[in-house]
Design a protein around this ligand. Structure first.
Ligand SMILES: *Cc1c(COP(=O)(O)O)cnc(C)c1O
Length: 367
């Protein structure tokens, strides 16, 4: 699916030099490398403030804690995402309220959001899934009307643009991840909280370090959500290459789109992902097929890796049984979980390897 080590190859010497520099410096947690990375990545994303944290999951947790969300509160989110999105809502003691997705983009169906707003709703947490922005203009209108903060889960969407502006700065907080499979992958766990509001930035910084301000004085309870200097320093080496990697991902997506369109397969056999907005960064290229098992098995036989994001929608996870969502309650997400298949899209894929994947997919259905 992804060859992370190969991507780091051309940067190897600079990464090693940078790692040695940090090791010699004796500054391992936060410090100047983290501050420099925060400035550089904020500029790249297009936001005022960036706060380096320990993971994308912890970025979500920091955002929820900084907004004071907890027991008795409801947070509206999507059922079709990585577990952390809803997991963090539950971990602060709040209740995830799931709204079904759009069948074309897999993102939250904005038209169904407002019906789920109650007196207990304390935030809306959309996910820019696979690297494509949600309809943020419409979501911002709903949030403003009900005076609710938006938390953008942008873990898969670093550098994603939307008609409303760059993602990560369109609500109260944006949350990013540097997990190795994300478009900007670190050398372990790492994450980022972004905001355009100086007060919210300060709150997130305080939560990141046990709620202490000044040191050893705690007006609020935070946690240890700090980013390591080593991660930040190595991410600084990789950041300038990100835009180039992303444009190769876009070219790979265009190549899949064109080849599959030309094959004129029955749409039940293969539907390519819909690009609703420009500025998609293609963290994943996810097709839909009614013949998923057959396709995945045949690709595996040809040594082509694929992945299913996500096989069980969040409202049907065992740990959320207490929320009482029955089978069929969010049909679009449930149907997607049975049909989606992610094909390799990473920047080091190469034309020859991609051509082989395309041929194998088409052959599977065209025999
Ligand atoms: C990866 C991811 C996260 C969590 O990020 P980690 O850095 O792995 O903790 C959260 N939400 C989404 C949508 C993700 O893809």
């Amino acid at each position: 699916m992804l060859d992370v080590a190969a991507q780091n190859g051309p940067l190897m010497q600079r990464l090693i030099d940078k790692a040695a520099e940090v090791i010699r410096s004796g500054r391992y947690i936060l410090g100047p490398e983290v501050e420099a990375f925060e400035r550089e990545v904020a500029k790249y994303i297009g936001v005022e403030h960036a706060i380096g944290v320990s993971s994308g999951t912890d970025a979500l947790l920091v955002a929820l804690m900084a907004l004071g969300i907890g027991a008795g509160d409801e947070v509206i989110t999507t059922p079709f995402s990585f577990f952390a999105t809803a997991g963090c809502i539950a971990r602060v003691g709040a209740k995830p309220v799931f709204v079904d997705i759009r069948p074309d983009t897999f993102n939250i169906d904005v038209e169904q959001v407002e019906a789920s707003v109650t007196e207990r709703t304390k935030a809306i947490l959309p996910v820019h899934l696979f690297g494509q922005a949600c309809d943020m203009r419409a979501l911002r209108e709903i949030a403003a009307k009900h005076q609710l903060p938006l938390i953008e889960d942008a873990a898969q969407a670093i550098g994603t643009r939307s008609p409303a502006g760059p993602v990560g700065g369109l609500g109260a907080y944006g949350c990013f991840s540097f997990f190795p499979s994300k478009n900007l992958g670190g050398f372990g766990d790492g994450g980022l909280v972004t905001t355009n509001d100086a007060d919210l930035a300060d709150k997130a910084r305080v939560i990141r370090a046990h709620g202490s301000k000044p040191k050893y004085y705690h007006a609020v309870v935070g946690g240890n959500f700090r980013l390591d200097a080593l991660q930040a320093a190595l991410l600084r080496v990789k950041l300038p290459a990100l835009e180039g990697w992303t444009s190769v991902r876009r070219q790979n997506a265009d190549r899949y789109d064109a080849a599959f369109a030309a094959a004129r397969l029955d749409p039940s056999l293969l539907r390519t992902p819909v690009r609703r907005f420009e500025g998609h960064i293609y963290n994943q290229y996810v097709i839909r097929t009614s013949q998923r098992d057959a396709l995945q098995t045949n690709l595996k036989r040809h040594k082509i890796a694929t992945a299913i994001y996500y096989p069980v929608p969040l409202h049907r996870q065992e740990c959320f049984a207490y929320l009482g969502y029955a089978v069929g309650s969010l049909p679009v997400a449930e149907n997607a979980s049975e049909e989606v298949l992610a094909l390799p899209i990473f920047s080091g894929l190469g034309e020859a390897r991609q051509a082989r994947i395309i041929d194998t997919v088409i052959d599977t259905f065209d025999r």
